[in-house]
Design a protein around this ligand. Structure first.
Ligand SMILES: [Zn+2]
Length: 173
C-alpha cells in the first residue's frame, strides 16, 4: 500500500477523523443488518438509494484526495490510491486497474461484506457488496470529473455465492 490515510482522534470531543473528515465505525452486525432491512422493503428500490448515498459520501471525501492533478498525475495512480483507501477502510482488496477508461471490470478477492454476511446469515444467491458499487461510482466520478449518476456498476458475481471473486461490471450511462 502506498497511501495511508491520516487518522486523528479528538478525545475531548470523542470525534474520529480520516484525512480530516469525521468518520464513524460500525460493525458487521450493523452494516449487514442495515442491508438486510433495506432489501426487505418491497415497495421501492432501497438498495439503489443505499448505493447512491454511499457514492455521495465517498465522493465528498474523494474530491479532496483523489483528484488527478499535480500530486496524483495519472488515472492509474488515482485508481491505485482508491484501492489503498478501500483496503485501509477495511472493505477488502479490490482491483480497479481495468477501469482506466471509466468502464470495464473491477474484481475483489477479499470482501468485508461477504465475510460479515456469512458470519450472520450464511450463503445466498444474490450479491451482497452493494456499498462497493457506490464506492466505484464515486471513484470514477472524481477521477473523470463526472456525476456519480454517470456510471452504472453492477455486481455480476459475488463470493457470497461461492464465486472465486466478486466482479463488478462498470459502464458509462
Ligand atoms: Zn461480493
Amino acid at each position: 500500500m502506498d497511501y495511508i490515510p491520516k487518522i486523528r482522534f479528538e478525545a475531548d470531543k470523542n470525534l474520529l477523523y480520516m484525512d480530516d473528515i469525521p468518520i464513524s465505525l460500525h460493525c458487521h452486525y450493523f452494516n449487514c443488518g442495515l442491508i438486510n432491512a433495506i432489501e426487505a422493503i418491497d415497495y421501492f428500490d432501497g438498495i439503489d438509494i443505499y448505493i447512491h448515498e454511499a457514492a455521495k459520501c465517498f465522493y465528498e471525501y474523494f474530491k479532496r484526495i483523489l483528484v488527478v492533478d499535480d500530486e496524483i498525475s495519472s488515472i492509474e495512480k488515482a485508481l491505485k490510491r482508491a484501492e489503498d483507501i478501500y483496503r485501509f477502510m477495511g472493505y477488502g482488496r479490490i482491483d480497479l486497474s481495468k477501469l482506466i477508461t471509466g468502464e470495464g471490470i473491477a474484481t475483489s478477492d477479499s470482501s468485508y461484506f461477504v465475510v460479515g454476511w456469512l458470519a450472520i446469515y450464511g450463503k445466498r444467491d444474490k450479491p451482497v457488496c452493494h456499498l462497493t458499487r457506490g464506492f466505484i461510482k464515486a471513484v470514477l466520478a472524481t477521477i473523470f470529473k463526472k456525476d456519480i449518476r454517470d456510471f452504472n456498476v453492477i455486481e455480476i458475481q459475488c463470493m457470497i455465492s461461492n464465486a472465486q471473486n466478486c466482479k463488478f461490471k462498470v459502464s458509462r450511462i
